[in-house]
Design a protein around this ligand. Structure first.
Ligand SMILES: C[S@@+](CC[C@H](N)C(=O)[O-])C[C@H]1O[C@@H](n2cnc3c(N)ncnc32)[C@H](O)[C@@H]1O
Length: 315
């Protein structure tokens, strides 16, 4: 029974992926984009996403109680075969539909093998094996273009920066300075490596391993002011020692208030979240102009048109 069902799912998935690859690879080649989504849980019973990373494939399953362990490897094998990718370049990930921070940013392996991928005018280091995420979120490809276009001569602040893809975009867009904040030392170093890879390192670019709350507090006391900020918090995080419990739905208004304290008059903040049940509460914030960018920033290869939501906030 299971094997019959696996076969049916493998067939559906590989047919879809083959068709999408033919269409998307042609389109993205013209744009110099090597990473894109090939399957986005398009068919309810095939609970997977498939991402293309310049000749590597990452196949992830959205797990639930009934998940059968052999299902994901069977799907990965089928996808690898239909795209002609050898098994050593096909990676599997088990995801949960709940978006608690949990093990999301923890290590899964220690192969430490990173390779270079191209996204338009930027290169990024990607690691498909060691973490749940690879180091590059392709759904924000077009948001990076928006940040690059806004960055010229600006002092740019990247909060919850992860591997610094937005820092690279701002630096490429000729930001006057960039400041990159993440609590993870691994990701801060990765962000520097990404900047170096693009020949963008320089004294005007600062990388700080810190909790965002601590950084904002210190920066406000020092009277720091930025003109452009990208803030993309996880849905939940905590710091037991500091008594911080952040839940994006409850706490984003206060986070934005704290961000605004370090922004210059007339500054722009781009706020983003990938929480699937996010309810924005911007009322009462000192905002001059607010535009939801989501319809513009979700790329064609994502079927989930709310894989993230983001807003351009002028203050
Ligand atoms: C959703 S990712 C951000 C993705 C990033 N904006 C991008 O597009 O590449 C969240 C990041 O927040 C970091 N993080 C989680 N809690 C934090 C905190 N309290 N302070 C600073 N960074 C934190 C994690 O280490 C992770 O790199």
């Amino acid at each position: 029974m299971a094997s019959e069902q696996f076969q049916k799912h493998a067939e559906i998935l590989s047919n879809r992926v083959k068709k999408r690859f033919r269409h998307l690879s042609r389109k993205f080649r013209k744009q110099n984009v090597e990473c894109f989504r090939l399957y986005d849980w398009d068919i309810p019973e095939v609970r997977a996403v498939v991402d293309w990373y310049a000749g590597r494939i990452v196949v992830a399953e959205y797990e639930r109680k009934q998940t059968i362990p052999a299902w994901l490897p069977a799907m990965a094998k089928a996808v690898g075969e239909v795209l002609g990718v050898t098994p050593d370049k096909v990676f599997i990930k088990r995801r949960h539909t709940k978006t608690e921070e949990g093990p999301r940013y923890k290590k899964l392996d220690s192969k430490n093998e990173r390779f270079i991928v191209q996204e338009r005018n930027l290169k990024f280091l990607v690691n498909p094996s060691d973490f749940l995420d690879t180091g590059l979120f392709s759904d924000h490809r077009d948001t990076r273009g928006i940040v690059a276009d806004l960055a010229k001569d600006k002092d740019f602040l990247n909060l919850f920066a992860y591997t610094g893809a937005f820092t690279c975009a701002a630096a490429l867009g000729q930001a006057k300075s960039t400041t990159t904040i993440d609590r993870s030392d691994t990701y801060i170093k990765w962000a520097e490596d990404n900047m170096k890879l693009n020949g963008l390192l320089g004294v005007q670019h600062t990388f700080i391993q810190s909790d965002v709350d601590k950084y904002l507090d210190k920066a406000a006391k020092l009277g720091k002011k930025f003109d452009l900020c990208f803030v993309d918090p996880p849905s939940f995080y905590q710091d037991k020692a500091m008594g911080i419990y952040f839940d994006i739905n409850l706490d984003h208004t206060q986070l934005l208030r704290d961000v605004f304290k370090v922004m210059a008059k007339g500054a722009i903040v781009i706020f983003s979240t990938n929480h699937q049940r996010f309810v924005p509460k911007f009322e009462g914030l000192p905002i001059k102009d607010l535009v939801e960018l989501t319809p513009k920033t979700i790329p064609e290869d994502y079927r989930n048109r709310q894989i993230h939501r983001c807003w351009r906030i002028a203050i």
